[in-house]
Design a protein around this ligand. Structure first.
Ligand SMILES: [Zn+2]
Length: 286
């Protein structure tokens, strides 16, 4: 994806804060719009020295940063744009330390910027329903270092449930447990009725046929990894990518922020076929 939008191209397109503001104005409002005040079809011109544009007829001001995380931030717009660029071109996520280093901002600022950008990644992504052939699986993420034993086996870890359409999108949810009464409603809410659903042998999935799905399972406990068309390799591949990235780039992800990170991984996975659109889609979402 980076050969479509290289660092050099980024700085050519966004050499300074003014260029970023111009781009933000264009992606949010367009070059010409009906003025909300005088209601004329007007061209808006940049007001010198201020981050606003003025109506050519009545002088009404529009601020392209209004309602975005840039508005109240003291961090220059170009740094924000570069942070968005890093998020949309990275394969494994952008740790706050890395943002801090690349943008020359404090760790606290870098952490906040990352948090804001992930929030919008979730909004762009949305959660359209899945259909066709869907794989479902739960996993445990986070917790303490290896070797520290917990009573009950998975204390300290967060249970995450995932659904992925083969060749399509992934949806994840943080869940309190892996019971049928917890997982089934997520499947019913997000997967089209009549879709084919593949899972492992976990008892919580046994009732999926009764819910109107064509369900099939692999008995992983008996080392059955493929059962005809049924396997869970796609969702397991997604989990492994999430876990590797969290281990490699984020020292510790608390339960509180895990949802935020999952959104980022979902977004990246779901935009994988058109990564060049990620940057503008994200800016439009603000
Ligand atoms: Zn006007």
């Amino acid at each position: 994806m980076s050969n479509k939008f290289s660092v050099l191209e980024f700085f050519k397109q966004f050499p300074d804060d003014d260029a970023c503001l111009e781009h933000l104005m264009e992606t949010r409002y367009g070059k010409q719009l009906v003025c909300p005040k005088c209601e004329k079809d007007s061209k808006f011109h940049r007001v010198t020295g201020r981050p606003v544009y003025a109506c050519q007829y009545c002088g009404h001001h529009i601020s392209p940063m209004a309602g975005t995380p840039f508005e109240k931030s003291r961090t220059p717009l170009q740094k924000w744009f570069y942070a968005v660029y890093l998020f949309t071109t990275s394969r494994h996520g952008v740790p706050a330390k890395e943002l801090q280093r690349q943008l020359s901002v404090t760790y606290k600022t870098a952490w906040r910027m990352g948090h804001e950008i992930r929030k919008y990644m979730g909004e762009v992504d949305g959660d359209d329903g899945l259909s066709g052939h869907v794989e479902v699986d739960e996993t445990y993420i986070g917790g303490r270092k290896k070797g520290v034993q917990f009573r009950g086996g998975h204390l300290g870890k967060t249970t995450v449930f995932g659904m992925v359409e083969r060749g399509g999108k992934v949806i994840t949810r943080i869940v309190p447990n892996r019971r049928s009464s917890t997982l089934t409603p997520h499947i019913v809410d997000n997967v089209a009725s009549g879709a084919t659903v593949s899972s492992d042998e976990w008892a919580a999935y046994k009732n999926l046929s009764r819910e109107g799905f064509t369900h099939g399972a692999c008995d992983h406990s008996n080392e059955e990894w493929v059962n005809g068309i049924h396997h869970t390799n796609t969702i397991e591949g997604f989990w492994s990518r999430v876990k590797t990235s969290i281990r490699g780039t984020h020292i510790h992800v608390s339960k509180k922020y895990l949802a935020n990170y999952l959104v980022e991984f979902e977004y990246r996975y779901n935009m994988r076929t058109n990564p060049s659109l990620m940057f503008d889609r994200l800016l439009q979402s603000f």
